[in-house]
Design a protein around this ligand. Structure first.
Ligand code: FCB
Length: 484
């Protein structure tokens, strides 16, 4: 079995690009299991929290579910061929925990592992280097019923699952990511409740955050035990690029609070030895940190990793609370779905603003400077090699009379952000790859199938795949090794 490392895989260039990327830069695209696989009840898979949530009336737009999604479970060979046609050198996907270990306990299900063995082998046959994410939000429902991420036991269950998955696939997957955006799992899942499991309790959200961190650390340890020494271990964080609206003390204090509970809650214990005192003080009235964090936890969470993944979509602009109901409403509307409950425990009254009104179909402002600022900041703060594990945009795509999907806005979005990556590299950040979100149109969580992020269009009635203009444009960028 050949192991291609996406950070060293060869790429070819035809004409010299205006903006070149380092040799071996991984040109990728990303997806997640629940968003694309379908086959929800096949191969021994049992429900995850997302199956349950999606089937709860009123939780997902139009009652959409991932039961069928884009049927990638049955069409993965066609999908990988399409990736190869576009020249992708790497592909980031996630493993479905309930497909591999249905109840979150006990032995792995071989049929579940076989699906991923076949997927990975097909990728390798096409020279595409796999990056596997262990947890992209699909906790086995049984584990939620036992208490979910707010209880400590879930972290140990996660490490066991990580070990099972890596024992089976570690001979052929060179890069492993533990968690995808634990901020969403904790604060949208247990705080605002717009994501599964849909609980709305600030103490549970903070407990979930710590146990996700602990699960990450325990999983890193478990992965190191079973993976070959050459394998790399990473995590994908949606670190918020927080900017105060003005330079007043109040706005800077708002930014400090959001950085604490949005970013440093992860990076503190992962890279800096522990949770910051200001974060604990901001949330001390919600949770007893001395009880939550046991001796040795922070050291466990801080196990060294090899690569740090950033998922970036837009910057976060904040200002001081002003006590007015309208801005309190805006504070809750952070672009992930509406809720009367906050996803910012302890900082519920901070006010959020749009960076500009040049927005995508999600209403997310387009500002690529946040990507370069994030990458340079992460390089300076943590000194790790970086991957952009997600970046992309939803637009109202239209299928033309000729069947083609022309999406110049997505081309522009990706071009601006690739330029930002190049700028960060020029400023010294060690960025090893870029994964456009997403390869295929798919189930966009609380928005169901209403938001299309793919560079490849999917007709949800026929499951026909059609590369959009952005896919063909990205293929040219890859062939050229950079921007024209
Ligand atoms: C990220 C998720 C990903 C996708 C994009 C649009 O938060 O990781 O699954 O939904 O947003």
């Amino acid at each position: 079995m050949t192991m291609t490392d996406p950070t060293t895989a060869a790429h070819t260039s035809v004409a010299a690009p205006r903006v070149a990327f380092p040799p071996g830069f991984a040109w990728g695209s990303a997806t997640a299991a629940y968003q694309i696989e379908g086959a929800a009840a096949e191969g021994g898979r049992t429900p995850s929290i997302w199956d349950t949530f999606a089937k709860t009336p009123g939780k997902v737009l139009n009652g959409d579910t991932g039961d069928v999604a884009v049927d990638h479970y049955h069409r993965f060979r066609e999908d990988v061929r399409l990736m190869a046609d576009l020249g992708l050198t790497s592909y980031r996907f996630s493993l479905s925990w309930p497909r591999i270990q249905p109840t979150g306990r006990g032995p792995a299900v071989e049929r579940g592992l076989d699906f991923y063995r076949a997927l990975v082998d097909t990728l390798l046959e096409h020279g595409i280097s796999p990056v596997a994410t262990l947890y992209h939000w699909d906790l086995p429902q049984d584990l939620e019923e036992a208490g979910g991420w707010p209880i400590r036991e879930t972290a140990y269950r996660f490490a066991e699952y990580a070990s099972l998955a890596a024992s089976a696939l570690g001979d052929r997957v060179p890069v492993w990511t533990t968690l995808n955006e634990p901020w969403c799992s904790a604060f949208l899942g247990y705080g605002s409740g717009v994501h599964a499991p849909g609980r709305t309790n600030p103490a549970d959200a903070l407990k979930a955050a710590h146990h996700l961190n602990l699960g990450h650390g325990l999983a890193v340890g478990a992965l190191r035990e079973v993976l070959p020494a050459s394998a790399k271990v990473a995590v994908s964080l949606n670190l918020h690029l927080v900017r105060p609206l003005t330079d007043t003390d109040g706005d800077r204090e708002a930014a400090r609070r959001i950085e604490a509970v949005g970013n440093r809650i992860w990076t503190g214990p992962m890279f800096k030895g522990g949770y910051d005192e200001d974060l604990k003080a901001d949330t001390a009235h919600i949770v007893d940190w001395d009880d939550l964090v046991r001796p040795g936890d922070e050291a466990e969470i801080g196990r060294p990793i090899d690569l740090l993944g950033l998922n970036y979509y837009n910057p976060t602009i904040v200002s001081a609370p002003n006590g007015d109901a309208e801005t309190a409403e805006a504070a809750r509307n952070d672009g992930h779905g509406d809720s009367e409950f906050s996803c910012w425990p302890g900082s519920e009254d901070v006010v959020f603003h749009l960076a500009n009104d040049d927005v995508t179909a999600m209403g997310w402002p387009i500002d690529a400077s946040g990507l370069s600022d994030s990458l340079v900041g992460m390089h300076n703060d943590f000194g790790l090699p970086l991957l952009v594990t997600e970046n992309g945009a939803a637009f109202e795509d239209v299928v033309g009379p000729d069947g083609e999907v022309d999406d110049p806005e997505r081309v522009r979005y990706v071009e601006l952000h690739l330029q930002a990556v190049a700028d960060a590299i020029a400023a010294g950040a060690d960025v090893r790859g870029y994964y456009v979100w997403s390869f295929l149109d798919n189930f966009e969580w609380a928005y169901g199938y209403s938001k299309r992020f793919g560079v490849v269009h999917v007709d949800y009635d026929t499951q026909q795949r059609t590369p959009k203009t952005s896919a063909r444009w990205y293929a040219e960028v890859i062939r050229r090794g950079g921007l024209a």
